[in-house]
Write a protein of this length. Structure first.
Length: 342
């Protein structure tokens, strides 16, 4: 059992951290635009490793001119009684719900404790920045996925992780929700209501065996099959699906289903439904409306649908992508008019 940052006692933090990694948005992800700005010291292992999308690894035989190679950020041993720190700029404004300080493979060289601070600013921090406490100084475990859950979400653009007194951290994940920003939208400008960067987020799916749900909503086109949403092969009938909470309630004008890189494992067909639901995850009583009826899909292709769409004057808060029977989709785009921009 492990004491959490909010004082509660729960199951091993690694289990919950794995769940958060699969279901929540990492606001610091480099794929979304997160960046490591500075660090007090990264003598043994570079600070930029903190935001790598890959899981940390340990290579017993690998050394560098500075010492043992480690997959993370590691400072030298302090002899002055001070502490080390690193500053991360988040991909965009967001509401931070929790932070994972992953010390996997750092067994005899992990920090003894950490503290988290934040600011919300359009500018990068400087010596005059007024950092606010996100979590008080707390002990962390070595070789462990330490999940720090916040009592209340905080709006942030930058995070400062302080480690006491020194040591190594493999990965830093900042979990939360991206805020939908309409400040720079033109009147009646179409918006990708399903874009992760606009604040959309997946809330449930039938299966995400090969990759996390949020990959489907990432910016740009997928880099490879790993950078998409792929389900396992169905052997019992039925079909796979994913439910997405849109960045804003709105009308749908165009749908894109991109199967880039999925050549022998793309879905045979796809469809889209929508609903209006006040909560996070629509329940069994939710009335779903067809937006796009079943359409034949093809390998390694971006499919765009406009004329085939139905119920385009309805306002939706959620959409459900159905794929038949299973397979992989690189990206989903739901282009429309956000209600909040009117």
């Amino acid at each position: 059992m492990k004491k959490m940052a909010d004082g509660s006692i729960g199951a091993d933090g690694s289990d919950e951290a794995i769940l958060w990694r699969q279901t929540k948005v990492d606001l610091a992800a480099r794929a979304l635009g997160g960046d490591v700005l500075s660090a007090s010291d990264d003598f043994f292992a570079e600070k930029d490793n903190l935001l790598l999308d890959s899981e940390p690894v340990f290579l017993p035989e690998k050394y560098t001119a500075y010492g043992k190679w480690m997959d993370g950020w590691e400072s030298r041993r302090r002899r002055t009684g001070d502490h080390d720190w690193v500053i991360v700029r988040l991909a965009t404004h967001g509401m931070v719900e929790g932070v994972e300080v992953d010390t996997r493979h750092f067994k005899g060289n992990a920090p003894g404790a950490v503290q988290l601070e934040y600011i919300a600013s359009e500018s990068d921090p400087d010596e005059q920045s007024q950092w606010q406490t996100m979590s008080a100084r707390m002990a962390v475990e070595a070789d462990h996925r330490n999940l720090i859950r916040l009592d209340q979400p905080v709006e942030a653009t930058h995070i400062r992780l302080t480690i006491f007194p020194d040591g190594g951290v493999a990965r830093l994940r900042v979990y939360g929700k991206i805020l939908f920003n309409t400040q720079h939208l033109l009147p009646n400008e179409p918006v990708d209501l399903s874009a992760l960067m606009n604040g959309a987020r997946p809330v449930s799916c039938s299966d995400a065996f090969f990759s996390p749900m949020q990959n489907l909503l990432r910016p740009g086109r997928g880099a490879d099959m790993h950078d998409g949403w792929e389900t396992r092969r169905r052997r019992t009938g039925g079909h796979d699906w994913m439910v997405i909470r849109l960045a804003s309630p709105g009308k749908v004008g165009r749908v894109e289903i991109d199967t880039l890189h999925f050549k022998g494992n793309y879905p045979d067909r796809g469809s889209l439904e929508g609903c209006y639901f006040e909560g996070e995850v629509p329940d069994d009583k939710t009335d779903w409306h067809p937006i796009l009826s079943e359409q034949k899909l093809h390998a390694h292709r971006n499919h765009s649908f406009v004329e085939n769409l139905k119920n385009t004057q309805e306002i939706y808060t959620h959409v459900r992508l159905n794929i038949f029977p299973d397979g992989g989709v690189s990206r989903l785009r739901v282009i429309g008019q956000p209600e909040s921009a009117k």
